[in-house]
Design a protein. Structure first.
Length: 73
């Protein structure tokens, strides 16, 4: 498992952050995830071998919940 932290831009509300976090945790290969509205950060703990593929799914989830939100990769 690999744990990485990413900065977020334009995450507009704490409710959206909670929705994102819940959806990301359901992605296969994700061990844990936190989305902080306060610090505008996403911490992702996921399967090392498939990290890039998982991260692409995370980006899609974020776009669905908050279209303006960008993950700084």
């Amino acid at each position: 498992m690999v744990k990485k932290r990413f900065n977020l831009t334009d995450l507009d509300c704490a409710n959206c952050a909670a929705k994102m976090e819940a959806a990301i945790k359901k992605i296969d290969g994700v061990n844990d995830c936190t989305v902080s509205f306060l610090t505008q950060k996403l911490t992702l703990d996921a399967d090392d071998a498939r990290f890039d593929a998982i991260l692409q799914q995370v980006v899609k989830v974020c776009k669905k919940v908050e279209p303006d939100c960008m993950i700084q990769l």
